[in-house]
Design a protein around this ligand. Structure first.
Ligand code: PMP
Ligand code: GLN
Length: 369
């Protein structure tokens, strides 16, 4: 079975549609980062990297965490470099979950969590985010916890809703995790993509939470290079040891030249948070959509996705509507129903705005019907 992202991208290609479906930038990456990769190749950084990652890259990640979140992370004992965040999350699930455990998943949820939970022989327990606001509902989360509950997946900034957790959400999560002895698999791939001068928080920032968390990042998101598939998992040393016993036989290590380049690029004088490039794109999409029959939900607080309600346009269920829109109006989007285990229909689609201005303008022209 194909994921919704592969399905909608294939449909977009088949119909020559603009692809606002799968989340990837259609604009070029920073040429300075490309230059660093060339330098890495020429300098001969072409053999196996150490199993846990190039030390210079681990140090750069630790330095970034210190700047962004004011935390001290031990680069060699707490950071593992992975081939992308999907892998990082999958290995995190195998590290903490065992057959018979349950793991809480907040819906709407990214599509890779449930297969990762099931691969460990554990069972997902679904808890919806609050209607409209898509904030976590800690009463319902606590009500779903049983003695079998081992872990919870969280994701902020959140795909697909674009919401960003507030400090009180993190406080509530920490209290719950410590009370019930849960592990947290924290998907923070949209690190650095928050808008309107919001501050961003991480599971790394609260001591109690950090001691129970495996925090996963994706440099494909933070450097506009989704095709590179490089990520990391930050976890306390004891969990990291367990994590690496799996990693060393799954991937063993991650491609060296990209690590070499990213190690240099993640310095304060070269790296700018991706929100710098993405904020004007979000603002443009919001402005353009005002002239269409699509109703905006809250402006995305983070990520590069915006949800819209299409009830004024069609009564079709979400996937059928997204396919129809691709075929007849030449704009591919993602049905939000794909992020729910029961495929519920709320007349919502997700638009990716990590696109060139001309792509966003052309898409909006096609949505003005
Ligand atoms: N988590 C979320 C919420 C995502 O949106 C994505 C991918 N876009 C990933 C994980 C996977 O990231 P990667 O491409 O690094 O595997
Ligand atoms: N994370 C991307 C999205 O949400 C898709 C990645 C994929 O195709 N698996 O659009």
């Amino acid at each position: 079975m194909m994921t919704i992202f592969s399905h909608m991208s294939a449909l977009a290609q088949e119909h020559g549609a603009l692809n606002l479906a799968q989340g990837f930038p259609d604009f070029p990456m920073d040429a300075r980062l490309a230059g660093l990769v060339t330098e890495a190749l020429q300098q001969g950084a072409n053999q196996y990297a150490p199993m846990a990652g190039l030390p210079a890259f681990q140090e750069a990640i630790s330095g970034k965490a210190a700047r962004d979140y004011g935390v001290g992370i031990d680069p060699s004992r707490e950071i593992t470099i992975t081939p992308g965040a999907t892998y990082a999350l999958y290995v995190a699930a195998q590290t903490v979950l065992r057959s018979g455990d349950t793991c809480i998943v907040l819906e709407p949820a990214y599509d890779s969590y449930v297969p990762a939970i099931e691969a460990a022989g554990a069972q997902p327990v679904f808890v919806p985010l609050l209607p409209q606001s898509f904030r976590p509902d800690f009463d319902r989360i606590e009500a779903a916890i049983t003695p079998r509950t081992k872990a919870i997946f969280i994701n902020t900034p959140h795909n697909p809703t674009g919401t960003v957790w507030l400090p009180e959400d993190w406080r509530m999560l920490e209290a719950l995790v410590l009370k019930h002895g849960l592990y947290v698999i924290s998907d923070e791939v949209y690190d650095g993509i928050v808008f309107d001068n919001r501050s961003q928080h991480s599971a790394l920032q609260r001591e109690g939470l950090r001691s129970r968390s495996l925090v996963c990042f994706s440099y494909g998101k933070s450097t506009h290079t989704t095709g590179w598939k490089i990520g990391s998992c930050i976890a306390p040393a004891e969990l990291t040891l367990r994590y690496r016993t799996l990693h060393q036989y799954l991937a063993f290590s991650v491609n060296t030249p990209m690590q070499w380049a990213l190690a240099r690029y993640l310095s304060p004088d070269l790296y700018a948070p991706p929100a710098t490039v993405l904020q004007p794109k979000r603002d443009l999409l919001l402005a353009l959509l005002r002239d269409t029959p699509f109703r905006l939900l809250e402006p995305a607080a983070g990520t590069y996705f915006q949800l819209v309600d299409y009830s004024a346009v069609s009564e079709l269920p979400e996937q059928a509507f997204a396919e129809w829109l691709t075929r007849t109006h030449g704009v591919a989007t993602i049905p939000v129903s794909a992020f729910y285990h029961d495929g519920r229909n709320q007349h919502l689609i997700r638009l990716c705005f990590a696109k060139k201005e001309e792509t966003l303008r052309a898409a909006a022209d096609r949505l003005r019907f």
